[in-house]
Write a protein that binds this ligand. Structure first.
Ligand code: ADP
Length: 283
């Protein structure tokens, strides 16, 4: 492996998981998924479409019936110590925060660091993470003294404890109201940008999915489609691109130039922008 790291943070090849002895259920059926380092990807799909099974496979919590999973360049089938691999490489966030009720928020973050860092380092890192998730004034609160959104923030901080390159989140906003859910997604974005952590987020909420750059839609154990989603600005531009004026600008007709007060350079920039926006897919 070179210094540039693996090409894919996650790669699945023909990933298949069959349940049942008699009637077979294809929870996953030949899934090929590639996630680049630093991406924030959401996985959507109806209940029973295989989202959780996919996350479990990538998180080395379950084994495929057929196919392969590579995480951070490593073939999961060849790993000797799964606990150690998960501890260092993958952070998990679940719908229910699963915080230990008798430990403070900061102490909960320290739990995954046991065995990986000394006491002083655990304290330093857990404090740093409480700041990162905006809860520096809640260090010593117990989980039941925090709001649902705050508890989920602690769960995110706990997932980041050992600075894993990948975080898997299964319906992380599922138990939150819209506002708290939106704030949690903002936090994941912010961490994705500032720490470069790769996120794979399962959700059934389209508004959550629209906040990410790429959406993978699953159905019956297969990837139905994958879409790149632009920023709200790009989405607006894309709409505008198909308006009469947008079409004229892209097609390069100069006759309507006077309709918008821009000079030639600005017009060219706008044209390039509209073309770029057009190439970004939508849900
Ligand atoms: P989703 O997360 O999209 O709701 P799942 O991955 O949980 O879907 O499930 C995919 C399919 O596999 C469903 O039909 C489900 O009933 C089945 N399934 C999941 N886990 C098991 C299991 N442990 N035993 C048998 N069937 C299972």
């Amino acid at each position: 492996m070179n210094d540039a790291g693996p090409q894919w943070m996650v790669e699945t090849r023909d990933l298949t998981r069959i349940y049942g002895d008699g009637e077979q259920i294809f929870a996953l059926n030949g899934v090929n998924l590639m996630v680049s380092p630093g991406e924030l990807v959401t996985v959507m799909g109806p209940s029973g479409s295989g989202k959780s099974t996919l996350l479990n496979m990538i998180g080395a919590l379950d084994r495929p019936t057929r196919g392969q999973v590579f995480v951070d360049g490593k073939n999961l089938a060849a790993i000797k110590n799964y606990d150690d691999f998960r501890g260092r490489t993958i952070g998990f966030v679940f719908q229910l925060h699963n915080l230990l009720p008798t430990l403070t928020a900061r102490e909960n973050i320290e739990v995954p660091m046991q065995g990986y860092a000394g006491r002083a380092e655990r304290k330093r890192r857990s404090e740093e993470l409480m700041v990162l998730v905006g809860l520096q004034d809640r260090m010593h609160h117990l989980p039941n003294q925090l709001s649902g959104g705050q508890r989920q923030r602690v769960a995110v901080a706990r997932a980041l404890a050992n600075n894993p390159p990948l975080v898997l989140a299964d319906e992380p906003t599922g138990s939150l109201d819209t506002t708290a859910g939106g704030e949690l997604m903002d936090l994941l974005h912010q961490i994705n940008q500032s720490q470069g952590t790769t996120f794979l987020v399962v959700t059934h909420d389209i508004s959550v999915a629209r906040q990410t750059n790429r959406v993978v839609v699953m159905c019956d154990g297969k990837i139905l489609r994958e879409d790149l989603i632009g920023s709200a600005f790009e989405e607006d531009l894309k709409m505008w691109r198909f308006s009469q004026l947008g079409q004229k600008i892209v097609s390069g007709s100069e006759e309507d130039l006077d309709l918008i007060s821009v000079d030639t350079d600005q017009l060219e920039t706008l044209r390039q922008f509209l073309k770029k926006a057009e190439s970004v897919g939508s849900v």
